[in-house]
Design a protein around this ligand. Sequence first.
Ligand SMILES: [Zn+2]
Length: 331
Amino acid sequence: MRIGKIQLIKISTIVSFMVVFCLLLLPSFLIAIYPKEDGSEVPKKIKYDRTIMVFRTESGQTERVPLEEYVAGVVAGEMPSSFEREALKAQAVAARTYAISKIQRSGDSGFPKEHPMAALCDSTHCQVYRTPKELLQLKSEEWMETGWPKIQEAVEETRGELMYYQGSLVEQPLFHSSSGGKTENSEDVFVAAVPYLRSVDSPYEQEATHQNEKITLSISDFQKKLKNAYPKYNFGTINENSIKIVNRSEGGRVEKIQVGNVVLEGRNIRDVCNLYSANFNIKLNNNAIEFTTLGYGHGVGMSQWGANGMAQNGSDYKEILKHYYSGIEIY
Ligand SMILES: [Zn+2]
């Protein structure tokens, strides 16, 4: 059979398309296959157009949301838009990393029992996520014209970027409002020692809210709260001689505290008395106990106010993330 002129043109067009296709795509395949210099595999980049499933706590429905739209909705839910752009970008990378790692992990262990329909929910259980429609209701039209575009731009400027530790996706990009000057080692607050969650200085928190809060309770109120939380313990008489901070963590949080005849953890006292943080001092007088707390939150990972302060002092989002998450890479 003879090949006609038109067929020949068609074949040559297809062949040239294939050549161009291979030339364009081969380098990315090579990058994906070959290990990096340190021996770790290059993780596959996430698809930019991917969508994720989010469980909406109020409606009880699971919604499909484009990833980057979700990330913007989390940044809006977790950080004030008045923060510096580089701090918003750091928050965007942390939010995206958390989402993708949660989805990856749920592939092995299944979805959480709190929301068995999806890996992620929209509350503080995972991370707070709001849709533009909800943000309009929560904030204002003016905010939608100024704050929202600023957040969307911060997300766009970090599009697809994730944090890795030694070639693996960071699973716990934890953050908190402010540390009180120094963040915590993960094992001093939670159970596990996570290599990138180390105690570091957080020197730029001067503008943070709840930096130095005083909360006063009467001794009888304090005793009542303890008794409710720990009905099996006998605390005995509580006075200035029977309550004492035993030791503190590297970041300054109370680890052990003696209350009457019982030794509790600082975070137990934080929960019972609703303190801003477990980094506190105590003073007893006139039948009252006064707590002075430093910082707001658990103190592990990125301090949001610290991130904002670093940005004000010229750090970019990568410097901020590398400061608060030891030894990580961003790509
Ligand atoms: Zn959740």
